[in-house]
Design a protein around this ligand. Sequence first.
Ligand code: ZN
Ligand code: ZN
Length: 271
Amino acid sequence: MDAFALLADETRAGILRELAAHRRRDPDGGLAFSELRERVGVRDSGNFNHHLRKLTGRFVADTAAGYRLTPAGTRLAALVAAGFESSESVDAERIDGTCPGCGSPLAVSYEDGVVTVACENDHLLPQSLVQPPAADRDSEGLAAVASLSALQTAECVAAGVCTVCDGVVETELSRTGHEVLPFAYVSTCTVCDTPVTVPPGLVLARHPAVVSFWYERGVDGFETPVWELPVWDADERVVEEDPLALAVTLSLDGDELEMRLDADANATPRE
Ligand SMILES: [Zn+2]
Ligand SMILES: [Zn+2]
């Protein structure tokens, strides 16, 4: 039985939820059969046992201390907690910060598992797929999740890791045809087929040469929201055609740092 079929039943979802809640109170302990059954709220012990048996082994371990979640069960319990259905959507709300493209105020919104930060001229900052609990925050909190998620996505693209399933991704550097942000890394997971698009500047934002170049000039690249990072006005030039490679010049306080980005999103300082 696959994970989704397992979760279709409220008793099985309840078992995972109660075991996760118990672990928070008692990290080393487990729950005895009758205790677990009472917490899940099932009277019929035969029926409860039938559902518990479906989870035991791969998702729930039957140990001397009682029933506990396995690592796979922990993942499944997190899916139950996050919920498959999207949270209520959040209409665009103003946040601190201005659009790096046009200087207009920015707003954050959430709909169907996607968080968007954009200005009134529809200049979109990288959109991120997030889990529904991300929307259970105020607008500044939701914007912080969007910023973190955009940077994590860029890190994952650079490392060749899928942000959703941790599978191997294939990445391509391509021309977007837009005047603002003319290049983008488009990366697709070979396992779950999820596509992500990342501007080259964000890949640079986690390179140590770039982080220290900013830090020495008073910008903390880990505290600053992505829309305020000094990457959006960077000068990007093609230095190789096939495969495409870029030279990117970052400027701050009158100083410059030149980086090279290749087709696989590997970054290196240019001498
Ligand atoms: Zn704008
Ligand atoms: Zn994937």
